[in-house]
Design a protein around this ligand. Sequence first.
Ligand code: ME8
Length: 657
Amino acid sequence: MNAKKTYYITTPIYYPSGKWHLGHCYTTVGCDMLARYKRMRGYDVFYLTGTDEHGQKIEKRAAEAGVTPQAFVDGLVGELKDLWKRLDISYDKYIRTTDAYHKAAVSAIFDRLLKKGDIYKSKYSGLYCTPCESFWTKSQLADGKCPDCGREVAETEEECYFFRLSAYADRVKKLLAETDFLEPKSRVNEMVNNFIDPGLTDLAVSRSSFSWGIPVKNDAGHVIYVWIDALSNYITALGYASGDDGLFKKYWPADLQMVGKEIVRFHSIIWPALLMALELPLPKKVCGHGLLLLAGDKMSKSKGNVIDPFVLVERYGIDPVRYYLLREVPFGSDGTYSGEAFLHLFNQDLCNDLGNLVKRTVAMSLQYFGGRVVRPEKPDPADAGFIAAVNALDGKLEALIDKLLINRAAEEVFALIGRANKYIDETKPWALFKEKDTAVLSRVIYNLLEALRVAAAALLPFLTVAPKRIFQSLGLAVPALFAGELVFGKVAAYQTTNAEALFPRLDIERELTFLEDIIAKAAANSVKPAGTREADKQPGTQEEKAMEEGVITIDDFMKVRLVTARVLACEKVEKSDKLLKSTLDIGGGETVTVLSGIARWYDPAELPGKDVVLVKNLAPRKMRGIESQGMLLCSSKGDRLSLVCPEKGAEPGSEVR
Ligand code: ME8
């Protein structure tokens, strides 16, 4: 019997140094979809993820938190594993670089390269960036600062070990320029022009300024550079250099190593050079995807501009979060997170398109045939187009996933769902029922059930909850493989059961407010980089204690700019039951537009001429496509709401204190 083809897929191993965010989920959910997809295509998949737990940054964070580095990373790793559980991530192994087997293997790898002469000891004098743990030459600096993080570098001289990266420059260049090793292609030029052509110098691969790392054997005071430690995880996880390398023999080289674009340099230059030095086969493909941005900036732990995935999953469920990550941003490009886009996909694709198709199809099968719907003797030629659309999905999926176009693949499944909904409108089963045209009606419902079944099967790698519920409603077992599944006409007879609503429709305005609050809360709770005033503040001061109790300082209060404003015009916002749009005179010849959720309490006609109080320096926010440039103050209790107005009226633009 032929052994199954293997497929080894990896995510980067993440730094447990701060809050986990939606950016980490982006890579992990993307790889999870691919792993599930390949399993369903019959591959023997090994999906690896994990954490990169050594280095100066983590040592420092732990010291700031007053715990040992091990205790610090243990806490964050626990949270990450919990997150992956909540997102149904089907990894086969989770590697921690603090695992004993990994440390021993990295030590052996270092030793081997030392013996071979690919690692040697020398003196380094140059410029060092502490947060990035990187040495730079003067010509590599950007405006005199670290080219990676933009921070100050310091003149350093120390003894350290070097990896002979320069010796592999030509082979690495050939690999990048002449093969499909690195995707997307746009990243190849970036690597060759910016890093290889200017000259690859040997890489300093030990550090002596801190101790949280894997020690260099027989040389106290030196630890192995965090990137050598981290990159090796992809082979140590399979048992390389451990004496038990069965998995390594089976799965290496990796089929796909997915990373964010900011670490492509490490994975497409240092990593292949290291493997060449170890005389090991190279991964078949490294893919550098784009980043998830928030308001144009990279979502990142240190900036605190993050979306908390725990909150999203808790409120909306696993499927909507997975769907958003897989559908919204084309792999390769950057994409900006938007609450509006998330909610739109929820209501439009999941609730309207998928939810309705399931509900209508299953309900009709029950109402018209008590759930028993049998395959027609032979299909009607009139249905040929519809059947062809169902059968075409298989090939489309395969071609798109081959090119890692996950979002396009999701689009194709939803195109079929849309086609099936349209088929209901075209065939009008309720009219056929009225006319007692049972044969045609049965054929139509069978066609719909088959389209739904194929779509649900195709969705299994993307969503992990809804497709299973659909199979239950269809009275079928959930398929483990695609083989023979994505074909129209497979089921001879259906016996459907009740279909509950899969995705309840969301109130967009309410949910937008909720989603914006998450961002505000994350920013307020973000870890401040060491060295900032906030991070240096001693806990336990009177000010700190007051803040913990929800008290604000006068400085905090003075940050809010409250002014009086006169309502010039007011109207209802189209398609909204809650919002009024007011044009306000704020003095000095300036006007602003403000949206307020007060339509239940005020008729737009009663507002013009009123003096009100405006929060003037609130960040603008778009609702229903209109930008609101502030907020009106209102008092509210229970069901009562009233605008706050200066008792004697006030000149527009008067300060409120
Ligand atoms: O770089 N958008 O760890 P890290 C999309 N330990 N993906 C994002 C993202 C965002 N805004 N933010 C993070 C490290 N990621 C090293 C890796 S591998 C041998 C060592 C994802 O915690 C993306 O995959 O900074 C990115 O490359 C990775 O998290 C960086 O995670």
